[in-house]
Design a protein around this ligand. Sequence first.
Ligand code: FMN
Length: 253
Amino acid sequence: MATDAEDKSEAAGEAKDDAKTAEGLKSLYLIRDRRSIREFTGEKIPDDHIEMILEAARHAPSPENMLMIRFVVIRDDQDMKVFLADIAQEMAQTAFGGAPFELTSGRNWFISDPYRAAVYARLRDGELFRYPEKSDAVIIVCASEMWHDAGYQYPNELFGSVVAGMAIQNMWLVATELGYGCGYEALVCSDPRHAMLIRDRLGIPPTWTPLTAFCIGKRISPRALGPSRPPLEGLMYEERWGKPYKRLAFKKG
Ligand SMILES: Cc1cc2nc3c(=O)[nH]c(=O)nc-3n(C[C@H](O)[C@H](O)[C@H](O)COP(=O)(O)O)c2cc1C
């Protein structure tokens, strides 16, 4: 049981000692454990688990707590899921179908031989992206830049999409902790003609922009950890642009 002193220090926002290392931090563990999963069993997820995941979305930070995001949660409409899978596959064929093997192969270096060729084949014919049809919940995430009380526009590029991204990440982490898989299917919304069809079928008003189909399902297996990310010095600069961040490990000694 926690002592009074522990209760107080936690209430004051001080992490316990074992949580102050990268290994001890639960949040960092979950963040690293989260993966894009694109293979689902097609089984149902209990309603209360889905609701826990949705609950995480509404805690996203947003400017003035406006939460300029809305979610259409599709669970029963299998025709809609297949429709989305068809769009995703068509788009993937356009995006990846003609890319030279060496380029995609180089980008996917973390997939070891002989699996890389098989993954590439599924990428190329778009089959890899049909996962909405096997998901339990497909959430169409929408953002708006023009619905709120401000007399000027809050561009989605700076606000709504960012809030949506934070809400999605919240859901993704909770789903990961519950042992489910998630896939972020932006392919279905990226061509405005497809987005228009999705609007029509779901009744999304013109002031709201569908951004993605966020898919949650029972995963066939957890994806192997990775792809690894570039080291900090590959992404961050120190004090000014162009001066790579130097990790503590390299600063010591
Ligand atoms: C804005 C955005 C768009 C994405 N678009 C797609 C997509 O259309 N289809 C898909 O399967 N994954 C998509 N992803 C997932 C990425 O491919 C994935 O996050 C990346 O390869 C890293 O793998 P990880 O999520 O397992 O760490 C997208 C992710 C983001 C944040």
